[in-house]
Design a protein around this ligand. Structure first.
Ligand code: PLP
Length: 362
């Protein structure tokens, strides 16, 4: 039986050859010129003035918060429907993540709900572009500005996503990306921050490199840690970046193919998605009996993954409260096979299996 994984990293000869050339060059393995080139490519692609590479997308969010002076006693608003790293990054700084329900239109943080959660301790808001979608970013930035909050964009799922021509992650004070294995491009582990604020950028650089006044010098004028990348990973990242435009196009085409072949299936909701702007990272559907559907698909070799439970319901959080939109979508969410290796024939087969499941259930 052919297995269609929900996701798999894609790399090939280009990465292998680049790695071979790098190892023959006698590089020091840790971050240096290749990492700088990877950062430049990301700056150019996103249009951000500065880009800092970190070892993952959780650390990048944590660094962003630390660089903005956020810590114990502070509150940071985060959406309740997101990957756990978003609130965990807040926890790592000692600040308190305040969970906010999402809006059904985008599955991103609801500004209306956020307005109700502001206290005198609220310092920042992490806006997650859920699966590359975002609300009106003008409204989001206005909301943060009016209330004196730092806007941090968690754009881990939004590399390649734009709004009015501007890349997501560049609207707020600082934006964060991830290059973990399932993301649109990967370095195994990896993360990045983009900002157009040179002062913040300097602070971030120091935080990630022991608070050094200058690379290679053992003089320190601030406390910093070690969240550096490696050139070993950067050579892979550079090759992945070269194919990003192609992947963005394929992700859009895949979503469209799924959307077309699942149109009219009453048991499935697909969130309205403007594919001119958004290359959905994964294909997300909100389905009746998602566990039953996942089991039926698995029997046919089609692997899926349930979308995140609400953060407030996780054992690690256990926050009281009612979050109707998050609860409704989390109860039905299923990621369908989304690797760029998934073919149009695969999508037709998967859609057929989904239709079969609901037809037999009637
Ligand atoms: C993947 C992801 C992260 C975490 O990134 P890592 O590199 O795995 O630490 C954070 N936020 C969101 C929304 C993600 O999808």
């Amino acid at each position: 039986m052919k297995i269609i994984p929900q996701m798999e990293p894609v790399y090939g000869d280009e990465e292998r050859l680049a790695m071979d050339a790098y190892l023959r060059s006698g590089g020091w393995l840790t971050e240096h010129k290749e990492t700088a080139r990877f950062a430049e490519m990301l700056s150019e692609y996103t249009g951000a003035l500065h880009c800092l590479i970190t070892n993952n997308g959780t650390v990048s969010l944590t660094l962003a918060l630390l660089a903005l002076g956020i810590g114990p006693g502070d509150e940071v608003m985060v959406p309740n429907f997101t990957m756990i790293a978003t609130p965990n990054a807040v926890k790592m700084t000692g600040a308190t993540p305040v969970l906010v329900d999402v809006e059904s239109k985008t599955l991103c943080l609801s500004l209306e709900r956020a307005a109700e959660k502001i206290t005198s301790r609220t310092k920042a808001m992490i806006y997650v572009a859920f699966n590359g979608r975002a609300g009106d970013m003008k409204q989001v930035t206005d909301f943060a500005e009016k209330r004196g909050l730092f806007l941090i964009e968690d754009a881990a799922q939004a590399l390649g996503a734009r709004q009015n021509g501007r890349h997501l992650g560049t609207f707020g004070k600082v934006g964060s990306f991830s290059f973990s294995s399932p993301k649109i491009i990967t370095t195994g582990q990896g993360g990045a921050l983009v900002t157009s604020d040179p002062v913040l950028f300097e602070r971030l650089k120091k935080l990630k490199d022991f608070g050094r006044t200058q690379g290679g010098l053992d003089t320190h004028d601030a406390i910093g840690y070690n969240f550096k990348f490696t050139d070993l990973q950067a050579v892979i990242g550079i090759e992945q970046m070269k194919r990003l435009p192609e992947r963005v196009a394929r992700k859009k085409a895949m979503f469209e193919a799924y959307r077309k072949s699942l149109a009219g299936v009453a048991q499935i909701e697909i969130v309205a998605t403007d594919l001119n702007d958004v290359p959905p990272w994964f294909v997300d559907i909100y389905a009746e009996d998602p566990d039953g559907l996942a089991a039926a698909l698995k029997a046919k070799g089609i692997h899926t993954r349930r979308i995140y439970p609400p953060i407030h319901s996780q054992q690690a959080y256990q926050v009281a409260g009612h979050f109707p939109v998050t609860e409704s979508y989390a109860a039905r969410g299923l990621w369908l096979p989304s690797s760029i290796r998934v073919t149009d024939e695969d999508i037709a087969f998967i859609a057929g299996a989904i239709k079969n499941f609901y037809a037999e259930r009637k």
